[in-house]
Design a protein. Structure first.
Length: 611
């Protein structure tokens, strides 16, 4: 069966209210990440596992008074590790949380594949965002209500998967919102008009060479009225300058055509710079609003923990509040955010008669078949592909650092619960400061997004270097005190929000129009496709050495690899050109009414063939 598409819908202008709706979802979901996902859920799951576990090498419960007999392979004076048994398999309770995280992100990657293309075709992007917000927030609220570790673990996986699927749709809105801001729309219209004028002059110049006739002055200047008719709108080039330029180029001569091309190049460069700056600004403010929400909720949870004498119950209350927070503020996004549908897949009458469930199944199958095409398309965009390779390692590295730090503080340094919450609070506070400060630093230093990402990565890699040197140099600090860990957490927090923000806006600039959800789905797949490897490797290292600090060596490798990949492999200027070419190819393909390959034989094998 052939896949056909409806005409491309007209995209409405972006309003301030819609941008605030986008910020509202960051405010909602990031509180879940800061409070529940990276802080309270790992601690709660580890506590539940410890309650059912035993000390390494003994049969003593983990919370029983310590025995006078030293467990085997355990150095004198060190606290024996707590283990939990699953049949004959024994797992360190800290590793158990990491294994569960690996399972969650693996399932998240599978879910993202299933829904990524669906969000680009038809009115499903916003619907999926709302649906996964409801499922994820409800699952989060229920985690604290169950008594068994396997039930809490299952709910945490559902919440994690829902968050990841929803964030794909959320990120896909970023390029849509930016390109429909009034000044960007106006600049794009002016650029298109200039392209028409240049093509018109080139055609008349070619005709004049063959027929020795002068091109029509009236035709050369036609269409300028649309750009200059509204004096209240400020184009990227002043109206007076455009008018003077057109008057100066009234004759279609090689010199005037060359000036047109130069003007087009300057306007295109200015438009790209303006769009990149606006995208970075909105992205940074989105992260800032998310961290601000997380800080507010963490402060509330810290107060509850203090009043409740730092019990596990206060952690469960905090997890419930993070789910409720997610639900409430995501509801505002659902009300204020516009639908912004993509081209709709035209399903045949035979499929429509089988009902909505069958149609949804066909969309999912199409999503799975499209992901291969998206990967092929990404490989045709060298800069975007290189960035995704770098993102594969980078996202795994910083996610694993956050997980390792908290579990290290609890299991190795034995920090009390109040200090663990304070440690969780330090990171988003510093991240909020960083997301607001680094864009200003970028502007002051005159750095482009690529240079800024490289600077941040060089600074970020110092975190695992610090931890690794403590393993190999006897005189180096060994992360043995709370003050040392808090200092490192503050430094990490200053960088992490800006790294995420600049990377998101950088990738959004390399994405072809019309496939935002697919490519941000690939962005998330790359993230989650690696994020289960980091926790799994850290868990294996911890099980083998019974010392979680050895994971810093692995994290050092993960965070070092992206630096040369981005430096040598990502060319932002050429990447934008490649993305624009891919957008035009997609538009030409869709306008034929059928998506497929040009080869006649291959075109018969449609992506939505009958099952």
């Amino acid at each position: 069966m052939r896949v056909s598409f409806s005409p491309a819908p007209v995209e409405p202008a972006t309003t301030k209210r819609e941008i605030w709706a986008w910020y509202s979802y960051a405010f909602a979901s990031e509180a879940y990440v800061v409070v529940a996902l990276t802080s309270f859920i790992p601690i709660t799951l580890e506590a539940l596992a410890s309650a059912q576990g035993h000390l390494y090498g003994t049969n003593e419960p983990c919370h029983a008074p310590p025995s006078t007999v030293e467990p085997p392979t355990q150095a004198a004076g060190e606290r024996p590790r707590c283990m939990i048994s699953f049949g004959r398999l024994e797992v360190d309770t800290a590793s158990f949380v990491m294994y569960l995280t690996s399972l969650a992100v693996l399932l998240q990657a599978l879910t993202v594949v299933s829904i990524s293309s669906m969000a680009d075709y038809g009115p499903y992007r916003k619907k999926q965002l709302v649906f996964f917000s409801i499922v994820g927030s409800l699952a989060t609220m229920l985690i604290g209500a169950v008594p068994y570790v396997w039930m809490a673990g299952a709910l945490s996986v559902i919440a994690n998967v829902s968050f990841g699927a929803g964030i794909v749709c959320f990120n896909a809105y970023l390029p849509l919102l930016v390109r429909n801001v009034d000044r960007i729309r106006l600049g794009r219209q002016e650029l298109l008009q200039l392209e028409k004028e240049t093509a018109f002059q080139a055609e008349h110049l070619e005709q004049s060479r063959s027929t020795s006739t002068e091109p029509s002055q009236e035709n050369i200047n036609e269409g300028d009225t649309a750009v200059r008719s509204d004096p209240t709108q400020t184009p990227l080039l002043a109206n007076q300058e455009r008018l003077a330029t057109n008057q100066m180029e009234s004759a279609a001569t090689p010199e005037s055509l060359e000036r047109k091309k130069k003007l087009h190049s300057e306007l295109s460069e200015q438009l790209n710079e303006d769009k990149a700056h606006l995208m970075g600004q909105i992205s940074a403010r989105g992260f800032a609003s998310g961290y601000f929400g997380g800080i507010l909720l963490l402060l509330l949870c810290l107060y509850i923990s203090y009043r409740d004498k730092s019990s596990v119950r206060s952690l469960k209350i905090g997890i419930f509040l993070s789910g409720l927070w997610w639900f409430i503020f995501a509801a505002l996004t659902g009300v204020w955010l516009k639908q912004r549908p993509g081209r709709e897949l035209r399903i045949g009458e035979r499929d429509q008669k089988r009902g909505s469930l069958w149609i949804a199944t066909r969309y999912v199958l199409y999503s799975w078949k499209r992901v291969g095409a998206t990967i092929v398309q990404a490989r045709k965009l060298p800069s975007a592909f290189a960035f995704l390779v770098a993102w594969f390692f980078l996202s795994d590295g910083y996610t694993s650092i956050a997980n390792v730090a908290l579990l290290f503080a609890k299991t190795s340094l034995q920090l009390p619960q109040t200090q663990l919450i304070l440690l969780s609070l330090v990171v988003p506070i510093c991240a909020l400061i960083g997301t607001l400060a680094f864009p200003k630093l970028q502007q002051a230093l005159g750095l482009n997004p690529k240079q800024m990402v490289l600077l941040l990565l060089i600074m970020l890699v110092m975190v695992p270097i610090y931890g690794t040197l403590g393993l190999i140099l006897p005189f180096w600090p060994h992360l043995s005190s709370a003050a040392e860990l808090f200092t490192l957490a503050a430094y990490f927090g200053l960088l992490i929000g800006s790294v995420q923000s600049f990377c998101r806006s950088m990738f959004a600039d390399l994405v072809p129009r019309g496939r935002e959800s697919e490519f941000f789905g690939l962005y998330a797949i790359t993230d989650k496709g690696s994020s289960w490897l980091g926790p799994l490797a850290v868990a294996a290292i911890t099980d083998a050495t019974h010392e979680i600090r050895h994971a810093f060596v692995f994290l050092l490798v993960l965070l070092t690899l992206p630096i040369p990949i981005i430096y040598f492999g990502v060319d932002m200027t050429q990447g934008r050109i490649d993305a624009e070419k891919a957008s035009l190819e997609l538009q030409q393909t869709l306008e034929t009414g059928v998506e497929g390959r040009q080869d006649e034989d291959e075109e018969r094998e449609r992506l939505l063939s009958s099952v």
